[in-house]
Design a protein around this ligand. Sequence first.
Ligand SMILES: *[C@@H]1O[C@H](CO)[C@@H](O)[C@H](O)[C@H]1NC(C)=O
Ligand SMILES: *[C@@H]1O[C@H](CO)[C@@H](O)[C@H](O)[C@H]1NC(C)=O
Ligand SMILES: *[C@@H]1O[C@H](CO)[C@@H](O)[C@H](O)[C@H]1NC(C)=O
Ligand SMILES: *[C@@H]1O[C@H](CO)[C@@H](O)[C@H](O)[C@H]1NC(C)=O
Length: 241
Amino acid sequence: DWPGLGPKLCLRAAAMGKRVALVLAGCGVFDGSEIHEASAALVHLSRGGAEVKIFAPNIEQRDVVNHLKGSPAEEKRNVLVESARLARGNIQDLAELKASEFDAVIFPGGFGVAKNLCSWAVDGKNCTVNEHVNATLQAFHSAKKPIGLCCISPVLAAKIIVVGTELTQGRENESMRFPDAETASAITELGCKHICKNVNESHVDKANKIVTTCAFMCKAPLHEIFDGIGTMVQEVLNTGE
Ligand SMILES: *[C@@H]1O[C@H](CO)[C@@H](O)[C@H](O)[C@H]1NC(C)=O
Ligand SMILES: *[C@@H]1O[C@H](CO)[C@@H](O)[C@H](O)[C@H]1NC(C)=O
Ligand SMILES: *[C@@H]1O[C@H](CO)[C@@H](O)[C@H](O)[C@H]1NC(C)=O
Ligand SMILES: *[C@@H]1O[C@H](CO)[C@@H](O)[C@H](O)[C@H]1NC(C)=O
């Protein structure tokens, strides 16, 4: 009880010191982490008073995309090196992440999740998942620590955690705004439950402590995506062990 602190400041104080690991998949929507989603997560974590450490796997990217042309580039890049751009150089190899040192983990989206953290982009439901991503998700889930996922990242939970996990990919029946709605069917076929949510909202699977928001799965103005990621981050910070 801090006399003189308004409800907003009390909320901030309650979340103060939450240690959150953010896992990146490169830098750029078509072959790495979606930059705005990563940035939105970091802004909301900062506002929430969290202590953030950033990680990425030390592996070669599946491909490199020229983001000006939208076409493949004949070069090789490393996921950890590229993610270091978003982390302003302050990043660690995902192999070094110890769930015991954190209260929560968050995965922004972007094609890098489906190309580098798992092989969803080519194998769909049959995809393999990077061993360190697999170990990270299993460790946080079994320690009952919250996991925040945006955009395409919920497929990681669908592959690793499953058994009735509730996830959102936005809305299933609005193909103009949600062109990738088949992902919702795919995660349902994997045994998860798809929950319809607006882009400015997130869904909390209370039993599994998994918080998801659709982000760029929805063709929406950037500020609505930003707000949705904000609700995801808040729910992650407000979910205790
Ligand atoms: C997944 O594997 C099954 C059985 O091996 C196959 O029938 C199916 O086409 C595969 N799906 C994808 C998306 O690769
Ligand atoms: C995740 O790792 C476990 C071993 O801990 C393994 O049995 C499982 O097949 C892996 N899952 C995927 C999707 O790679
Ligand atoms: C949404 O579409 C699915 C099939 O894609 C259908 O089963 C479901 O009933 C639809 N829901 C609504 C609310 O229209
Ligand atoms: C989210 O967006 C919907 C539709 O635009 C709006 O009705 C609702 O009030 C918004 N919710 C929040 C929490 O901002």
